[in-house]
Structures are given as C-alpha cells and as structure tokens.
Design a binder for this molecule. Sequence first.
Ligand code: DC
Length: 212
Amino acid sequence: MIIAVDGPTASGKGTIAKALAAHFGIPHLDTGLLYRAVGRQVALCGGDPDDAADALAACDFDEALLADPVLRDEATGSLASRVSTHPAVRAALFERQRAFATQGAGAVLDGRDIGTVIAPDATVKLFVTASVDARAHRRWREMIGRLGADSAPPLATIAADLAARDARDAGRSSAPLVAAPDAVMLDTSALDAAGAIAAAIAIVERAIAEKG
Ligand code: DC
C-alpha cells in the first residue's frame, strides 16, 4: 500500500503523513527533507541555489545532514524550494523516493509531487490544503514555541514567505505542486491536528475498502 500525501507548506501534511504511517504500521518518508538537504548543501559549499549545476552537485550530500535541525529552518525551506525547481535535481532524487515507495508492505510519502510523479500508482492520494492565514498562524505558533516570542518573525513576514513559496512551488515547470486528478482533497483550515489525522485515516480506510 502506497499512501501519497501532497500539499503546500504548513498545510499539516507532515503531521498527517507521520500519523498515517504509525496507524497503518508502514514507514514514512518526508521528501521535503531531501530537498532541504540539497538546499543546505548548496549553502555549505557557497554555491548558488538558482544554478542548476551547483544544485545538482549538492544532491551528493552527506546522509548525516538529514538529521541536522538546521534543515527545519525557514531559510533552508526557501533554499529547498529554489533548488527543487531544477529538473536535474528532481531526477537525481527520484530513484531514492521511488524505491522507498515500493518497498515491502508499502509506505507513506509526503511532499509536492508524490501522487503525480513519484507514485502515480499510489493506493490512495491525499491533497492537504489550508488557507494561507491558517497556515501562517500555525507556523507562527510553532516558531514561537521553538524560538520564543522575541525571536519569532512577525506573522505578516511568515504569511508573505508562505505565499512566495506557494507561488514558486506551484509555478515551476517541472513537477509543480498540483493535486493529482484522483487525489482526495482535505482542507485542514478549521481542524486541529487530531481532527485532521482522524479525517485522513477515514479517507484512507474508505479508499482501501473501495479497492477491496
Ligand atoms: O515540505 P517542505 O516544506 O519541507 O519542502 C521544502 C521545499 O522542497 C518545498 O518548498 C518544495 C520542495 N519539495 C518539492 O519540490 N517536492 C517534494 N516532493 C518535497 C519538497
């Protein structure tokens, strides 16, 4: 069973994907982390994230980088979004994601192009959305919790960054952020984490029942 979970930044897709993996007892891959590692590696090498050759060279990052908490930063998220526009970077990361998706009893992958490119054959595809306002508030509360109220950026800055990242991720020509035609939409704007997880589990169980 392959469960594809796509959606924009801070939509709740990561929380949902992790919970689905635990519920169904299959492994989970946060594919955004791979692009974040590439973005971080470009910065470490003093390269240009908008240069295809620099970004491709950074795909050869050290595995230990995946555990570095700096990957969670907004700045790294923005670098990830920039390197992810290069088709060569997407091609370099394809096999690793595809192999994860097709292992053993299955897997949950979350990202932007899981249902469209990495696993168009997924058993069930969720496209998780939420309004920019809801996502900016969520990210703001999370940053206050992590950095403290004095160090967290203003809400308006977070909302502007989210909108810019949405536009880049959805506007790129290679594997843009778009719902697969057969994806089930899940809007989490009015849901807390428990509500979003319960709704996602219900969607997956319904899909499994329908497919027999
Ligand atoms: O999910 P995230 O915020 O960690 O992703 C960071 C960036 O990586 C995102 O802005 C676009 C890119 N990305 C992608 O292009 N395709 C994926 N499957 C996952 C992430």
